[in-house]
Design a protein around this ligand. Sequence first.
Ligand code: THG
Length: 290
Amino acid sequence: MTQTHETVLRSASREVVIGHGRRFCLIGERINPTGRKIFQEQLRAGDLSAIERDVKAQVEGGADVLDVNMGVPLTDEPELLAKAVQLVQTLTDLPICIDSSVVEALEAGLSVYQGRALVNSITAEDDRMEAILPLVKKYDAAVIALPNDHDEIPMEWEKRLDLVDKIVRVATEEYGIAKADLVIDPLAMPIGADTGNSLVTFEAMRQIRDRHGLNMTCGASNVSFGMPDRHTLGAAWLPMAMTAGLTSAIMDTRTPQVVEAVKAADVFLDHDEWGMAWISAHRAKAAASA
Ligand code: THG
């Protein structure tokens, strides 16, 4: 068996560990204005108040980490992301996943973050790794890496594995980043586009776990995009992905159906010893409704 790695994330006062023998790590996705017109207009006008509501909802739904993305067209994204990261740190003690395609925004977010962040993300492209991996090292963060390069997303798991090999080699040998601090996103594609997509992603997950022991995360809501009854698809897909080695997901924790499917899978995968977390969550729920 390959040794598996544990990724340690921290806020100023709390630690979260992602690992293959542990309970699944839920990364709340909603602090993100993509596709949300009103939220985008508010952010453009400097009104960050909606973030408060989104943080509250993701935390109450059971998030372990919060993804913060401020990708609003026609804004100063570094400034906005830094402000959002500062605000979120006043609202919760959960660690943050700093999500941007803009290198300067990632750096701005990292520079105001107190703790050990998860940077989202690099690809296997040389220029992305060159720009972002020094920041990961400088700020002692962990980083999500997507196995795609300049061409389109590879639809063969073998090609994704080749790109994972490249990312691991470059990050560890050229930038001195520990394997424990690499979290691979094996690329979950919409099932509506091709019903063979998930089989490729599950095989990539098994290979990444068995060959590298690396942690993984995924944009789990991508999977059901364009399909009816998305929650049921999500609630089936995540336990299957967990069995294949997925150790965290970027997901909407407001949906109990999906969150509970993950918690149940933790019990069956023996990641929740004696089902203690499962039992205490249900006791708390019973107490709250009494
Ligand atoms: N991998 C990594 N990071 C990611 C993603 C990924 N970050 C962004 C995204 N994907 C995950 N986050 C979100 C946040 C919000 C929504 C979806 C994913 C969302 N989607 C609406 C929906 O699904 O119906 C519609 C949005 C739209 O209109 O485009 O709210 O895969 N590493």
